[in-house]
Structures are given as C-alpha cells and as structure tokens.
Design a protein around this ligand. Structure first.
Ligand code: ATP
Ligand code: MG
Length: 501
C-alpha cells in the first residue's frame, strides 16, 4: 500500500492479493497512528476533542472483485421475505407505474382514471394485436341514466370520422334520430300511420363472386329464418315440424309467383297462402289435407303482421332506399306504443333487423357498427337472440362490430332457465364479446356480475361506486377504469335528461 499526503492514486485502491481482514486491520492501525500524531502536533491530550489529520492517510482498499462473502452484494440470489402492502402504499412506492393503455390508435373515449392518460379504443385495430381479443363485439351494461347511450352515441359519432358507418336496427326511444340527422344520416320511423315501410323479405344484393344458385338458397334460408322467428314470437312457443314445412311450402309458392311478375314477395302473400289450406296442400303435393290444417296457428300468427297492430308497416315494398354510403342509418320504433308493445316491438325489431342484415351482407361494405341499444328488452325472445347470435358470428367476416346495451348482467340470465336454449344463446353472446364495459351496477347485482364476468374483488367493489360516464372496461382480460368525456356539442345532442330539468 502506498499513499501520499492528502491524495491517493487509483492504483492504490486495489490490492488484490491482500485479504479483507488484513486490509481492515492495516487501515485501522494507520488511522490510529495518524490520529495520535495529529493530536501530539496540535497539543491536545483529550481523546474526545476532534483533530485534523494531515498525516499520511491510508486509503481504504478493496479487492477488485468487491468484498467477498455475503456482504459482497454481487452475484448470488437475493432472498428476501415476501412483502405485502396496500395499493395506497404501492402508489407511494411506485408513483410512476400505471397501465400502459391500449395504444394511441383508435377512437378517443376519455380519460383512463388510473393512468391519468387518454383512452382510445378501436376493436378492429386491436384485433390480432391484443392476446385474447378474438372478436370486435362489445357488451355495455349499467343501471338507468349512467350514460350508456351517450357512450354508444359518441362512439358512433367519433367512429364516423374514422371511416366507419353506423346502423341502429332498433331505437325504441327514438333518441338516435337527432344524432343521425346531425351526421347527415337516415332515419326510418315506423309506426301506425307513418309513411315508412320495410319489407323484411327484401333480398340482399348478390355479392361479387357468389353463384346465382348459391345466393338464391342463402336468401331462401334467411327468409325462412325470419318467418320462423316471427311465428315463434307471436305463438310464444317452438314450431312443430309440420308448421315448419308449411312455412317452407308457402314461401316457395310465393317466391315462384312473385318471380313470374318480377316483384319482391310480401309477408301478406305468405299469410295468404297459409290461410288457404287447399292451395297449401296442392303446393305441397299432399292429398290428405293435413298440412293446411297444421298451418292454422302459423297462419294466425302471421296475420298479426298483415292485419293486426303492425298492419302495413312490414307488408309493403320498402319506402326507404338503402344507401350504403350514408354514415348512419337508424330505425325509430318509438311510435310503436300501446298495449302489447313489447311483442310489437320484438316483431318490428325482427323485421327491421332482418332487413338491415340483408342490406349489410356485403363484405366489401367497410367497417361498420351495429348498435343494439336497449337490447335488454329483447333478451326474452329466442328468435331475436338467435338472429343476434348469427350476426355476432358473422362479425369478423363482414367487418361488423356489434354493440349490445343492457342494464344488468342478469338480463342475460332472464333469457331462460339454466340449461335452456335462450340462456345458452344469451351466454353465447356474452362469450362472443371480447370487450365488456360495465357501468354502475346495483349492489344486489354485484355477485351475479362478478360471477358472469370473472371480476376480481377490487373490480366488483369499483363497479358499485362508479359515477355517471365512468365505467370498468374489460378488454380481453385487461382492465381500465375510464371516464367518458363528452364534447359540449355532444352533451347537447345526446341529452336525454332534458325533460327532467
Ligand atoms: N360522460 C358524461 N358526462 C356528462 N354527462 C353525461 C355523460 N354521459 C351521459 N351523460 C348525460 O347523462 C344523461 C343520461 O345519459 P344516457 O341517456 O346516455 O343514459 P343511459 O344509461 O343510456 O340511460 P337509460 O338506461 O335510461 O337508457 C344524458 O342527459 C347525458 O347527456
Ligand atoms: Mg340509454
């Protein structure tokens, strides 16, 4: 070891061969000697008085590989006991750590409350990028007045700037009409005495590259599905095999007759054949006359659409031209009031969605949103659930994202008893939504919600205390609490509280 007064060279610091113990001993001895000399020079005998050491100072030396043994802090495994802390402490310990968000690509929604960052979302840009994000469909649930429709509307409005088109096949409150008007879209208002008419048997234009015969059988399948759904809704039960056959035969008869005159068949034509047992039997080629008898219930069911409370609305050529370039198309069903409105609404919804789906069947139609606002009203009807599920399954192929708005997660459970078809369909819809947005839920709904969505304890607690416009977003297993921010123009346009002020 070498040292000079007041200074040490870098090479002095390293004495590789010297042991740690010997080094410490030598350092202590040198320091004691230097202190004694300094004390003698300063004439101070008391050992507790400080002295300035100006003598040769030994510089502490360390082996080049650091201290050996347990104190080295180099290499080896650090074994610490598990440490637990509350999230409040963790916030203090790691103040700058937060969920990274879903990236900046997409439609602006608002503020990520935990990360204090902007939150954007676009199901099509997330598809294929985010693990577990298997489909673009979204479920939105929350109690009354929490801002579900406002979120859906501003999502629709902002999506249009990204080149999306928006379709609302069922608007039971008519609250989308001003939004469509503001965006230059189209609204078809249906109701007794209104001029709007939709023919649910309209055939979609044949997509390029599809053979004519293949397309004809696809159109036939869709029409049969629609007729079956309508009959089931009115009858409130499943159809018997002979009733299916009757619908089948009646449709073929009507399509053949309509083809001869180059016009689109109407529901009234089908009801006409069903109400004529002799014609039905003749068309089916049965001599026993049983098909005509078996079709009696179905004939009465379809009669409701032709002569009942929905008369005229779905039994005439479509009045609106479907313009695929229109940014938004909504079907306003708010005029379907009166008693039995729920069944009327469901029938209207079935016809309207069938018409809209056939118009949307073009896979080159670009990215589209279909918004099922107030979908909780439709949960008890298997026919509609079936249509929705078919639409859900087609979503990726057609470039369509479905958004379903309900109040409670248990609305899905009202679709039927455990194990029933309705329940299975509703649960299938939930499973096919990679994005679930949960607005505030009532306390008695928390357990059901947590069970259905697999929420953690903290998430469950959070959804009971969310304020208006704030929701828990579960996107393919990742969670965010997002405050939806409305532009003042949007707030004015989406205000559904106007009558309360
Ligand atoms: N993020 C928000 N910030 C401020 N106001 C909002 C926000 N979201 C919604 N609102 C206001 O709250 C009111 C109710 O919103 P909205 O109609 O969207 O609720 P809802 O959940 O769809 O209700 P319902 O279940 O009755 O359909 C509206 O007047 C709307 O302007
Ligand atoms: Mg609403």
């Amino acid at each position: 070891m070498t040292s000079r007064k007041g200074r040490a060279r870098a090479s002095d610091l390293f004495t590789p061969r010297r042991t740690d113990r010997a080094t410490r001993k030598a350092s202590r001895r040198a320091l004691a000697e230097a202190t004694a000399r300094a004390r003698a020079t300063a004439g101070r005998d008391r050992t507790d008085e400080p002295v300035v050491i100006e003598a040769e100072m030994p510089v502490p030396v360390y082996p080049a590989s650091g201290r050996p043994g347990a104190a080295s802090a180099r290499g080896g495994r650090l074994k610490l006991p598990a440490h637990r802390m509350t999230t409040a402490v963790a916030c203090g310990a790691y103040p700058f750590l937060a969920e990274g968000g879903l990236g900046a690509e997409g439609i602006y929604i608002g503020r990520d409350v935990h990360a204090e960052a902007s939150f954007t979302f676009d199901p099509f840009s997330l598809y294929g990028k985010l693990e577990g994000f298997t489909n673009p469909n979204v479920l939105l649930a929350g109690v009354i007045g929490q801002g579900k429709s406002a979120l859906a509307k501003s999502f629709a409005l902002r999506s249009i700037a990204h080149g999306y088109r928006v379709y609302v096949p069922c608007d039971p409150k008519g609250e989308w009409t001003p939004v469509a008007a503001a965006l230059g879209g189209t609204t078809i208002a249906l109701g007794p005495g209104l001029p709007g008419k939709l023919n649910p048997l309209d055939a979609a234009p044949r997509p390029d590259g599809t053979a004519e015969s293949d397309w004809a059988s696809e159109v036939r399948k869709r029409r049969l599905l629609l007729l079956g759904s309508l009959a089931r809704t009115v009858l409130g039960r499943d159809l018997l095999p002979m009733e299916h056959t009757a619908l089948d035969v009646a449709l073929d008869t009507v399509v053949t007759a309509a083809g001869a005159t180059h016009r689109t068949p109407l529901l009234g034509d089908i009801a006409g054949v069903l109400n004529n047992p002799a014609q039905l039997d003749a068309a089916a080629g049965t001599v026993s006359g049983r098909l005509g008898d078996a079709a009696r219930d179905v004939a009465h069911a379809l009669r409701r659409l032709v002569h009942g409370d929905l008369t005229g609305m779905f039994d005439a050529p479509t009045t609106a031209v479907f313009d695929p370039r229109s940014p938004m198309l909504t079907i306003d069903l708010s005029h379907l009031g009166g008693s039995g409105a729920d069944t009327a609404l469901v029938l209207a919804m079935t016809c309207a969605s069938a018409w809209m789906e056939s118009a949307l069947a073009d896979p080159s139609g670009g990215r589209r949103w279909i918004v099922y606002d107030e979908a909780w009203r439709l949960m008890r009807h298997d026919g509609l659930l079936e249509r929705m599920q078919a639409q859900w399954k087609l979503s990726r192929g057609l470039g369509i994202a479905n958004l379903m708005v309900i109040h409670r997660l248990s609305d899905l459970l009202t679709a039927g008893d455990a194990g029933s078809r309705g329940r299975a369909l509703a649960e299938g819809l939930l499973a096919d939504c990679s994005t679930r947005i949960i607005y505030r839920q009532e306390t008695d709904q928390l357990t059901a919600s947590a069970g259905l969505l697999g929420l953690t304890g903290v998430e469950t607690q959070a959804i009971s205390a969310l304020q208006r416009g704030r929701g828990l977003w579960k996107v393919a297993g990742r969670s965010f609490v997002v405050q939806h921010l409305l532009h003042p123009h949007e707030a004015r346009l989406f205000d559904t509280d106007a009558r309360m002020h």
